[in-house]
Design a binder for this molecule. Structure first.
Ligand SMILES: Nc1ncnc2c1ncn2[C@@H]1O[C@H](COP(=O)(O)OP(=O)(O)OP(=O)(O)O)[C@@H](O)[C@H]1O
Length: 340
C-alpha cells in the first residue's frame, strides 16, 4: 500500500526526518510513536504530498508521489483520507454539510451525495445528529464527523494525526473501536501517529518508533507485548505508561544524557520507604537535591504501590546507586535539561 524510501527533510538546515524507510501492507494498521518534535507530523505530511521531501521517495500503491502532476495529486488525495487531532470541521456547516463538502469537492452529484452521506453517517454512528453544528457535538462526535469526511472518497488508506489526543478516555476508546471496525469491514489501511502507547496497543498491528527524525524501532505489537522491544526509547514509552508520566513532562524527557542533563528517576516501593527520610538522607550523603515531578503515594494502609518520579540536581552515579539500594525498584526513565 505504502512504501517510503530514504526520506529526508530539513527545515532551515535543521533535520526533521533522516533517511526514513518503511513499508505498510494492505489492510495493516501501523502506529508511529515519538516524542514532541520527533518528526511525526512532517512524515505524515510527506505521505500525503503536503510536504515535499528533500530526498527520498514515497510510493502509494506502487506510484511514486514525486512524479505526480497536480491533477494526479488530486486523484491521489481521494485514495488518502486524513483525520486530524483538532477535527478541522467547518463551524458554519452541519454534520451533513461537513461530510457533503468532501463529496462536493470530489464532484459527486447531489443525488449520489445524499445516499453516500446517509451511509457514512450510519457507518460512524451519527444517526440523529445530522442537522447539528460542530458546537453542538461532543469531541467524540466531532471526530466521528471527521472520520466520515475522511472516508467520503472511499480511500484505501487513512492517515490519522493524533486522532484521539483531544478526547477523553471514553471517547478515545469508542473512536479506536470505530477505526478498528473501518479497518476490518472496509479493509482500509491505517497509519496513525500518536504519543500514547495505549493507542498503539489497542489498535495497531505494528509500531514504528521515531526519534529525532529516524526510525529507531519497527516492531509488531505482538512482539511488543512479549517485551521484545530492542530500543531504550520504546521501552521508555512502555514504562512511561506504567507511571502515567504526564504528557507535559513526557515531551521534555530525552533518552540520552547531555552535558547539563538531570536524570529522571522512577522510584517504586510497597514498603513505605518513599514517605520516610529517603530524600533528606540523599541530600545529607551526597549534597544532591531531588525535585518531585510526580507522586502516587498510597501507603501500606491501602496496600498500594508508591511511585515517585523525580529529578536529581546532578547526574551522580553513586547517588543513583545509593538510591537503588534503598528502594525496592528504581529506573532511570531519561534525562531533562537543568533549566526545565
Ligand atoms: N514548517 C516548518 N518550518 C520549520 N520547522 C518545522 C516545520 N515543521 C516542522 N518543523 C520542525 O521539524 C521538527 C519535527 O517537527 P514535527 O512537527 O514533524 O514533529 P512531531 O513529532 O510531529 O512533534 P509534535 O508531537 O510536537 O507535533 C521540529 O524540530 C519542528 O520544529
Amino acid at each position: 500500500m505504502l512504501k517510503v524510501e530514504n526520506l529526508s527533510k530539513a527545515f532551515d538546515g535543521r533535520i526533521a526526518l533522516e533517511k526514513v524507510s518503511f513499508s505498510v501492507q494492505v489492510g495493516e494498521i501501523v502506529g508511529i510513536i515519538g516524542r514532541s518534535g520527533a518528526g511525526k507530523t512532517t512524515l505524515l505530511r510527506c505521505l500525503n504530498g503536503a510536504e515535499t521531501p528533500d530526498t527520498g521517495h514515497v510510493f502509494i500503491e506502487g506510484k511514486d508521489l514525486s512524479r505526480f502532476k497536480e491533477r494526479d495529486l488530486l486523484a491521489l488525495r481521494q485514495r488518502i483520507g486524513l483525520v486530524f487531532q483538532s477535527f478541522n470541521l467547518l463551524q458554519s456547516r452541519t454534520v451533513t454539510g461537513n461530510i457533503s463538502l468532501a463529496l462536493e469537492i470530489l464532484g459527486i452529484p447531489k443525488k449520489e451525495r445524499r445516499y453516500r452521506i446517509e451511509k457514512l453517517i450510519q457507518l460512524v454512528g451519527l444517526e440523529g445528529q445530522e442537522t447539528k453544528y460542530p458546537t453542538q457535538l461532543s469531541g467524540g462526535q466531532k471526530q466521528r464527523v471527521g472520520i466520515a469526511r475522511a472516508l467520503a472518497g472511499n480511500p484505501a488508506i487513512l492517515l490519522c494525526d493524533e486522532a484521539t489526543s483531544a478526547l477523553d478516555p471514553e471517547a478515545t476508546t469508542s473512536i479506536l473501536a470505530l477505526l478498528e471496525e473501518i479497518n476490518k469491514e472496509l479493509g482500509v489501511t491505517i497509519v496513525l501517529i500518536t504519543h500514547e502507547m495505549d493507542v498503539i496497543r489497542n489498535l495497531a498491528h505494528r509500531v514504528l518508533v521515531l526519534d529525532q527524525g529516524c526510525i529507531v524501532e519497527d516492531i509488531s505489537t505482538e512482539a511488543l507485548a512479549k517485551g521484545q522491544a530492542h530500543h531504550a526509547l520504546t521501552r521508555s514509552f512502555i514504562n512511561d505508561d506504567q507511571v502515567n508520566l504526564a504528557d507535559c513532562l513526557r515531551s521534555f524527557v530525552t533518552e540520552k544524557a547531555f552535558s547539563v542533563a538531570m536524570p529522571v528517576l522512577r522510584l517504586g516501593s510497597m514498603r513505605n520507604e518513599l514517605s520516610s527520610t529517603l530524600l533528606t538522607d540523599l541530600y545529607r550523603t551526597f549534597g544532591i537535591t531531588a525535585s518531585i515531578l510526580q507522586a502516587d503515594i498510597r501507603g501500606k494502609s491501602s496496600g498500594g504501590h508508591d511511585t515517585l518520579v523525580l529529578t536529581l540536581s546532578h547526574n551522580h552515579e553513586h547517588a543513583i546507586q545509593w538510591l537503588s539500594q534503598n528502594v525496592e525498584d528504581l529506573e532511570v526513565i531519561g534525562y531533562v535539561s537543568s533549566d526545565l
